[in-house]
Design a protein around this ligand. Structure first.
Ligand code: GPK
Length: 821
């Protein structure tokens, strides 16, 4: 399993040649960006033989593939990761040094491939890494957005969104594959023809508009195993006029409309996380990439198989949330209308091919499309969904005779809407949640009726993360230290980290471990100084909350607590207080007003505190601009404390929590999502747990009885902090600025219950937990041990384990091996 030998001389020669060929320049004249491109093409050359060999091997073995269908792949940078997985990172580093280049500077030229919002998109990226590393045949299927997740600028404390023109300098790793282009049709109407000979109706879409879907392939390099899988993302191009039906030739208006459709469809990623906006263009995006991907999967199968009724033996579709669920109907359409299967035959194939992952219980994230919109955009697909629904409702009625409530709650089409989750569950052979607690809540609360009707479909797959990116690449110092102590098998077998347990009481090991943490803090402090102009002390506790800005994730609880601490220090200047740096990083959806106001609040509090000399640098607050995969790697490496403080029951899993743990940062969190399993692995004494339990939260939500105003009235510290939201303390120029946040916590006049996310309920126990953090940190040896135990016990949370469970329990794929020639 060793990779091809790396030839340093040859590599340098190639980099130089690439600079010439691409830019007609010598190395000395080239910009760092140009050198990045040249280096990337040289690395791509190392990949390409393996990519070919892998696809040849697959062709020969004719394995089953998983098609991971996702609107989002939050890949981050490719160059560093590809070098890591090719196991040529150190060699390339040396080679570049030899010609006077710094690998960090070169890597820093690459824009993040930010084709995703947050956890869901990053999970897809980690899964691709694990699939290739474990040797499973897989395609990632998605959209090549021209503009990915917006870049975040902070101006006057407010978030400003800047377009992410990530393709402007060209994209060295991608490969355009026009030979696999597909036509995707929208709108028009369905004509039914009865064929006397076969006695069947035939359905034809007419008067439609279409776009050409053109795939771009990205190599997904497995770790040190010669395997290279493919992420296939689709671009949209206009169907040129000479390709129009003779019927449409000369229809100028149609030609223009089709061109606009092509231009708009892949223009931009919707920047919503855990939130559905119901936009027509979003549904177009969904059908666009799904139709192209399903057509391609079928075409690939048909190349060497005759019996389409056995399609599911060679392909399975994993639907990453409901966003790709139209795949169910598109597969039915092709099987019925193009392959000529009967309904029952087509349904058998479809329901053995599709599987669905649920990523949230947040009601506002549930996708439901108005039938008017859906049937206008996808007339034939809508007909098929109607028939799926008719049959599903009949099943419900057969199982629960006379129980109309069941139909009302479970139908796929109801109240004028198509409910995508219901379609995914009715059609799929598997429904999974992403952490134990989340799956239990699905089974017994959110999807209770479905679980009762078809319990066999439900299963849990606790999320995971790839240690190749988030430790080996992101934290090279710790990675080397670990390898020195337990060998390097952890790179593909993370539970090996438990071997570190013998070192947790060893003072020398403790010191080395904490020294590495310190150096990573210095690296981050430099980044913060350069990007934020704020000086932070690497000896202070780095207390970090990085994730999307959302009310349920409760960045507000964190910053209110900072305000409380500040009051304490001001009141008791002599108080013994261990210096703390509170670090935030978060993008808010562009249209999410309250989230954006929370960013302004964090920055306003930061301004006051960071500029108050009287507190002698005991407190610092930093909001890191443009939190994204590339700077996340550094942030996790430098964290002392991992803030995972969502309202219990609301965070399906979390994956940032796992990245912190891997890098030796204990969790300060609620018993929510995968935090529960983190505590299970590392022990309660090595985490700081607080707050309401999921059961308590759900009980309040269902039965009432929560009165935040009572807490406000009886707890003077809390009252004071809340008053500071509306007395101009942090907004002297506009004391009303944060009124909305204040009202959200106390005012029941607004439509929803006051303090929807139980911030006041959890405030005291959060503050107590923070106190315990401080005490624990003062005990140097104790803290070192706790930090090391977090790393040592993080083995469960590799995405390699998650993928192996998907393979064993859902997909049933065979491992492939590839030899280099
Ligand atoms: C869930 F529903 C969604 C969504 O739209 N975007 C998103 O990132 C996240 N998620 C969950 O919020 C996390 O708890 C979870 O770990 C992650 O998906 C991956 O499953």
């Amino acid at each position: 399993m060793t990779a091809k030998k790396f030839n340093k001389k040859e590599f340098i020669r190639e980099v130089k040649a690439n600079v010439k060929a691409l830019y007609r320049k010598n190395l000395e004249e080239a910009t760092q960006q140009q050198i990045f491109q040249a280096v990337s093409y040289a690395v791509k050359d190392e990949i390409i033989e393996n990519w070919l060999a892998t696809q040849e091997q697959y062709e020969k073995d004719d394995p089953k593939y998983v098609y991971y269908m996702s609107m989002e792949f939050l890949m981050g940078r490719a160059l560093g990761n590809n070098m890591i997985n090719l196991t040529i990172y150190d060699e390339v580093k040396e080679a570049l040094e030899e010609i006077g280049l710094d690998i960090n500077v070169i890597e820093d030229q690459e824009p993040d491939a930010a084709l995703g919002n947050g956890g869901l998109g990053r999970l897809a990226a980690c899964f691709l890494d694990s699939l290739a590393t474990l040797g499973y045949p897989a395609y990632g299927c998605g959209i090549r957005y021209r503009y990915g997740m917006f870049k975040q600028k902070i101006e006057d404390g407010y978030q400003v969104e800047v377009p992410d023109n990530w393709l402007k300098d060209g994209n060295p790793f991608e490969l355009r594959r026009p030979e696999y282009a597909k036509e995707v049709k929208f709108g028009g109407y369905v004509r039914v023809e009865y064929d006397e000979k076969t006695g069947r109706n035939y359905y034809k879409q007419e008067g439609y508009q279409s776009v050409r879907a053109v795939p771009y392939d990205f190599p997904i390099v497995g770790y040190n195993n010669n395997i290279v899988n493919t992420l296939r993302i689709w671009d949209a191009e206009a169907i040129s006029e000479f390709q129009l039906d003779s019927f449409d030739k000369g229809d100028y208006r149609k030609a223009v409309e089709q061109e606009n459709l092509a231009r708009n469809i892949v223009e931009v990623l919707y920047p919503n996380d855990n939130h559905y906006a119901g936009k027509e263009l979003r549904l177009k995006q969904q059908y666009f990439f799904i139709s192209a991907s399903v057509q391609e999967a079928i075409a690939k199968y048909k190349k060497n198989h005759d019996d389409i009724r056995k399609f599911y033996e060679k392909a399975t579709f994993q639907l990453n949330d409901t966003h790709p669920t139209v795949a169910v109907a598109e597969l039915m359409r092709i099987l019925l209308d193009e392959e000529g299967l009967t309904w029952d035959e087509a349904w058998e194939v479809t329901s053995k091919t599709c599987a669905y992952t649920n990523h949230t219980i947040m009601a506002e994230a549930l996708e439901k499309w108005p039938i008017e919109l859906f049937s206008r955009l996808l007339p034939r697909v809508y007909q098929i969904i109607e028939e799926i629904n008719r049959r599903f409702v009949a099943q419900i009625e057969a199982k629960y005779p006379g129980d109309f409530e069941k139909v009302r709650k479970m139908a796929i089409i109801f109240d004028g809407q198509v409910k995508m989750a219901h379609l995914a569950i009715a059609a799929g052979y598997s429904v999974n949640g992403v952490a134990q607690l989340h799956t239990e809540i699905l089974k017994h609360q959110e999807l209770k009726d479905f679980y009762e009707m078809m319990p066999e479909k439900f299963n849990n797959k606790t999320n995971g993360i790839t240690q190749r990116r988030f430790l080996l690449h992101g934290n090279p110092l710790l990675a080397s230290w670990i390898t020195e102590h337990i060998g390097d098998e952890w790179i593909t077998d993370l539970p090996q980290l438990s071997k570190l347990k013998v070192y947790v009481d060893d003072p020398k090991a403790q010191q080395e471990f904490m020294n590495i943490k310190y150096q990573n803090k210095v690296r981050l402090a430099k980044y913060i100084q350069e990007h934020n102009g704020i000086e932070v002390d690497p000896r202070s506790i780095f207390d970090v909350q990085v994730k999307r800005l959302h009310e349920y994730k409760r960045q507000l609880l964190n910053i209110l607590h900072v305000m409380y601490l500040y009051n304490q220090i001001k009141d008791h200047p002599e108080m013994d207080f261990y210096p703390r740096t509170f670090i935030f990083g978060a993008k808010a959806a562009a249209g999410y007003r309250r989230a954006k106001l929370t960013i302004k609040l964090i920055n306003s509090v930061a301004d006051v505190i960071n500029n108050d000399a009287s507190i002698k640098n005991k407190l610092k607050v930093v909001f890191i601009e443009d939190y994204r995969v590339s700077n996340a790697e550094w942030i996790f490496a430098a964290a002392d404390v991992s803030e995972q403080i969502s309202t219990a029951s609301k965070e399906a899993s979390g994956t940032g929590n796992m990245k912190f743990m891997l890098n030796g940062a204990p969790t300060l969190g609620t018993m929510d999502g995968a935090n529960v399993e983190i505590v299970e692995e590392v022990g309660k004494e090595n985490a700081f747990i607080f707050g309401l339990t999921a059961d308590e939260v759900i009980n309040y939500e269902q039965n009432g009885g929560y009165h935040p105003e009572n807490i406000f009235n009886s707890d003077q510290d809390i009252r004071r902090v809340l008053m500071q939201l509306i007395n101009g303390e942090y907004a002297p120029d506009d004391p009303e600025r944060f009124r909305e946040i204040y009202d959200s916590l106390l005012n029941t006049k607004s439509s929803d219950r006051a303090d929807t996310y139980f911030i006041l309920a959890d405030f005291r126990s959060y503050a107590d937990a923070q106190k315990r953090v401080e005490e624990a940190y003062r005990d140097e040896a104790g803290w070192a041990k706790m930090a090391m135990l977090n790393t040592a016990c993080s083995g469960k949370f590799t995405s390699d384990r998650t993928i192996q469970q998907y393979v064993d329990e859902i997909w049933h794929l065979q491992k492939e091996t590839v030899k280099v020639k």
